[in-house]
Design a protein around this ligand. Structure first.
Ligand code: AMP
Length: 190
């Protein structure tokens, strides 16, 4: 199994690069943000809970997120070649749980692709996406909160994965295809 975490700040291009990686390697995509947005759209109980956090730019509590991830992993097709985790883990406890869940399925994490993008560019990309798609949390107040939360709760994961030797640093600035080429190169060298 080729199991990859696509790691980076909000607006770093995780969704865009996921699509290209999936096309090339035939992986299954698990985007926790997309799972939550679908629940919100459908007006489920989980969606209502998720919305109360997402609209403020806060993270959904770890217990709930790990349950959601467990369900997503259960739903994987048998012939699955691997998974790209987009937006999960976002905290150290989530990373620990991910390792346990993968071990239970007899596999492990192949590597972590870290998309690194300067802050001004992140803000500009999210504002543009908000204007183009109407995504509710892409407004300036929520964006600034999401970045704060990213630095406090998610960025420490970089060191966690560097210590394990699984972090692949990718320059996330530039055109989509050249960023993708850097990802492919890093994966081939792994
Ligand atoms: P994303 O689409 O990955 O940018 O996620 C959008 C929002 O969903 C985030 O700002 C969080 O509020 C929530 N979310 C997504 N994934 C997670 C996660 N792994 N842990 C906690 N909250 C999450």
């Amino acid at each position: 199994m080729l199991n990859l975490v696509l790691f980076g700040a909000p607006g770093s291009g995780k969704g865009t690069q996921s699509e290209k990686i999936i096309d090339k390697y035939g992986l299954h995509h698990i985007s926790t943000g997309e799972v939550l947005r679908k629940q919100i759209k459908e007006g489920t109980e989980l969606g209502k809970i998720a919305d109360s956090y997402i609209s403020k730019g806060h993270l959904i509590p770890d217990d709930l997120m790990v349950d959601i991830l467990r369900q997503e992993l259960k739903g994987l097709p048998k012939e699955c070649k691997g998974v790209i985790f987009d937006g999960f883990p976002r905290t150290i406890p989530q990373a620990v749980e991910l390792e346990k869940l993968l071990a239970e399925t007899g596999s492990g994490l192949t590597g972590v692709i870290g998309l690194e993008v300067p802050e001004e560019e992140l803000v500009a990309r999210m504002l543009k996406r908000g204007a183009e798609t109407g995504r509710a949390d892409d407004n300036i107040d929520t964006i600034l909160n999401r970045l704060k939360v990213y630095h406090n709760q998610t960025e420490p994961l970089k060191e966690h994965y560097q210590d394990k030797g699984s972090y692949m640093q990718i320059n996330g600035l530039g055109d989509v295809d050249s960023i993708f080429s850097s990802i492919v190169k890093a994966l081939e060298e792994k």
